[in-house]
Design a protein around this ligand. Sequence first.
Ligand code: CP
Length: 293
Amino acid sequence: MKTLIGLRGLGRAEIESLVDLSLEIHAIGQPRKSMLGRTICLAFFEPSTRTRLSFDLAAQRVGGDVVTYNPATSSTTKGESLRDTIATLRAIGSDVLVVRHSRRGMAEAMHDWTGMPVINAGDGDNEHPTQALLDLAMLKGRFGDLLNLRLAIVGDVIHSRVARSLVYGAQPLGVDITLVGPDEFLPKEGWGVRSSGDLDSVLPDIDVVYLLRVQQERGASVSADYHTQFGLTPDRSMMMGSEAVIMHPGPINRGIEIDSSVADGPRSLILEQVSFGVPTRMAVFETLARELA
Ligand code: CP
């Protein structure tokens, strides 16, 4: 792997290798030195808590030197173009760029401009590959083989880079995926998986409910009856099988896609997901390091 723009097009072996290495690092919990002497630049043009901090920690735990670019205090405020900015980050000595941007395609563009290895930390509504990898690692740790695991991705699917990456990553592993939401939140082209507008009919037959936030920053709006139809309430969570679990990439909007008592309840793996953020990003750095000259 020379760069990680997305999971679309990756094969089963590549995805499994990243998932298995994430699980191994999660279990061992020790720092590694695969990026010793390398400089990792974090450039987040969109807000983030989990992804930015876990990339920062992961970079340190693989021995990298971390530099952080902050758009608000950078020379882009003096008119420097994005392309010149990224070339400057490369010239300063960055070996790897971790980037989040509100426009789809920007991670790939930055790789094309500089030839620098880029890890996409979320580009618009396109992909968020490390989120999907950490989710798959957590699921494999819990369920073992993911073949035929029944996963429902519920909510604002169409605006979600997490949903896209999860579908692209989970499909090659044989996960059985259903997208659930109102028509306006479901992809018209279907993404090669089934979809449903009726959450209540789906819930009894799934192993994992993966909830999504309504992405108002990408133009989505929450209708008055959204919570009634698609919110995961205590009553709805009782419709799930006894072993079924609840996931969410965060940040959660309590009272909209999920009720507080469900988010904090025994089925919820939301914070367990977060605990895979650092190991999975360490696994990505380590895999990338094998390709660095
Ligand atoms: N899941 C996720 O990407 O969260 P942040 O926006 O806090 O990084």
